[in-house]
Design a protein around this ligand. Sequence first.
Ligand code: NAD
Length: 245
Amino acid sequence: NDERKGSKRCAVIGGSGFLGRHLVEKLLDRGYSVSLFDIRQSYELPGVTFHQGDLCDKQALLSALKDVSLVFHCASPAPSSDDRLLFERVNIQGTQTVIQACLDAGVQKLVLTSSASVVFEGTDVKNGKEDLPYAKKPIDYYTQTKIEQEKLVLEACNKPKGFLTVAIRPHGIFGPRDPQLVPTLVDAARRGKMKFIIGDGTNLVDFTYVENVVHGHILAAEHLRADSPICGKPYHITNDEPIRF
Ligand code: NAD
């Protein structure tokens, strides 16, 4: 039961990253204590215990998951690395290791940060719902492994075993400390590379404010119960209308 297992103790795998740190800060605000697992440490905060390790290493994970009932998995190699073997090792095999470590440690809930690109076939999607099929031709290796990762996590949902899972699918995340999206755009503009339009200028792209992504993760975690319809399901998360780009 949640009380006995300490329902206010959770783990954030990838908690040193852009999204992970925002998630950790919000969880602390909400009275959680956080076990942070990452290959690198980027900050320190009261209420956070840092565990350095690679998520492909089950023993290292197990020490971070001790007495934890809820796990957020928001670690991934950077999409820009385009390193197929690294994506496969971390996003596919590593996620299998995360699931196994959760089961061994008696974790009850796992919330995965997936990506909206898992349903993107290269053509505009407007008002896309979660019943869209996975992309048959994913746009890159990163997306291909995000699809496999999401399937693994959602298929691991097992009510009789008391292990519940859910996935949140954001697209381009922006907000304070964003290391990628806005800095890349600003850099391209500075170098005079924003003078070209790919397509006819009406392409759609979706951006989500980091606090909304965090909110979606915490709502999912707090509503994940055996009698909830969200068990084993993915959810797109966005601000509102897609922005014309
Ligand atoms: P980020 O690079 O800032 O954070 C990822 C974190 O994962 C880093 O701290 C990194 O050290 C850690 N990590 C990488 N490999 C690891 C390993 N083997 N073991 C342990 N930790 C490891 O990235 P982010 O933008 O915060 O992305 C977080 C999640 O959100 C990822 O799963 C990403 O696929 C997903 N996502 C991000 C965006 C976006 O626009 N940023 C959009 C859609 C989905």
